[in-house]
Ligand binder design. Structure first.
Ligand SMILES: Nc1ncnc2c1ncn2[C@@H]1O[C@H](COP(=O)(O)O)[C@@H](O)[C@H]1OP(=O)(O)O
Ligand SMILES: [Mg+2]
Ligand SMILES: [Mg+2]
Ligand SMILES: [Mg+2]
Length: 342
């Protein structure tokens, strides 16, 4: 089965959404709302979800979508809705060359309906897209890393993934140089990367760093201490003999980083055993890491189960590493957390 068309549409949809996200990132007006779970959502999250769902629906009308956001807050606040619609409309106008392949949204009512097409409950049967329109909203707000993330699952397994990372440098050797990369992967076909600014270019193959010496290895972790346990991650790094300081960044930019050799390990150790990771926070990034030569499991060593609904119900935490390092890293994680495979 070829997924060339799905990969292309996913890349272009992310490209268009990143243009919207960057407009908001560079503007004073973020329109931030605090959701019921206390996490922030901005006009960029709503706008990007509208643009990406509309793109998928245009290209693959039958496919269901599990998206992070819904339109309730916008329906309750006309000024916020107008702000998001203005943003979506401006982005559509500025990217007319993509309308043929990605379609259009005619008015604000249609935009709200499109956002709500992301309410699918997920599952293990057939094709289902998983969308995080802005991952790392906290990073987005503080001027750090964020990612626009889209994955296609087929019968509960991720087959296509694409990540837009507008704030990662194109050349990791030049951290202050040109920014914005787009990574994608199809299962069995490898992972590629290209600058976000070159829509029609073919991506270059990427692979993880081949460093197997822990004294030279680097590990990535999130910025938010409420999302993963820095203390335990530091203790594991020490037990492995890692001496370099952790590379901290928000969002699936961590998966993107290790996929292209910036860091060898990504640890996301649970802070609370009741939190269920969301499928949209891992679908694209985990496939890209696997296709770049890595292994991604939870702290039990189980593969991430994407076919069980909107969350990774049976998993806890994430351990991602170069294939050759993963067994040793997992052993260190399990020793630190005193967990045994269930
Ligand atoms: N308690 C938690 N544990 C792990 N991840 C969380 C927790 N609460 C929120 N998140 C998710 O972490 C992601 C950001 O990860 P990172 O810290 O690596 O940048 C967000 O998508 C956020 O989801 P959400 O925005 O749906 O609340
Ligand atoms: Mg997220
Ligand atoms: Mg999000
Ligand atoms: Mg969120």
């Amino acid at each position: 089965m070829s997924y060339a068309n799905e990969r292309r549409i996913a890349e272009l949809a992310i490209q268009r959404a990143c243009i919207l996200a960057e407009r908001v990132y560079n503007s004073q007006v973020k329109g931030t709302i605090t959701k019921d779970d206390k996490s922030p959502v901005t006009i960029a999250d709503f706008g990007a979800q509208a643009l990406i769902i509309s793109s998928i629906t245009h290209a693959f009308p039958e496919d269901p979508i599990v998206g992070e956001e819904d339109s309730n807050d916008l329906r309750a606040d006309k000024s916020k809705r107008d702000l998001v619609w203005g943003l979506v409309k401006d982005t559509l106008d500025a990217t007319k060359d993509l309308t043929g392949e990605l379609g259009d949204i005619k008015d604000d009512e249609e935009m709200l309906a499109v956002i709500d097409k992301g309410t699918h409950q997920g599952g293990s049967v057939g094709r289902i897209w998983a969308l995080d329109p802005i991952d790392g909203t906290a990073g987005f707000l503080r001027g750090g890393q964020y990612a626009v993330c889209l994955g296609l699952m087929v019968d509960g397994k991720v087959q296509v993934g694409a990540l837009g990372c507008p704030n990662l440098p194109v050349d990791p050797e030049e951290p202050e140089g040109k920014k914005g990369i787009l990574l994608s992967a199809v299962r069995g076909e490898g992972a590629t990367m290209r600058p976000l600014s070159t829509p029609s270019a073919q991506g270059d193959p990427i692979s993880m760093s081949s460093t197997t010496d822990f004294s030279k290895a680097r590990f990535c972790e999130g910025v938010e201490t409420a999302h993963s346990s820095h203390r335990e991650q530091a203790s594991i790094a020490k037990s492995l003999g890692i001496t370099a300081p952790s590379i901290r960044m928000d969002s699936q930019a961590k998966y993107a980083s290790i996929s292209r050799g910036v860091g060898e390990i990504y640890l996301r150790l649970p802070v609370s055993m009741s939190y269920e990771e969301k499928i949209w926070d891992h679908a694209a990034g985990s496939l890209i890491v696997e296709e770049a030569g890595g292994v991604v499991t939870d702290i039990y060593g189980n593969e991430l189960g994407f076919g069980q609904g909107r969350t990774l119900k049976t998993n806890k935490g994430v351990v991602a590493a170069l294939r050759a390092l993963h067994p040793t890293v997992l052993k260190a994680v399990q020793k630190e957390l005193k967990v045994f495979k269930l």
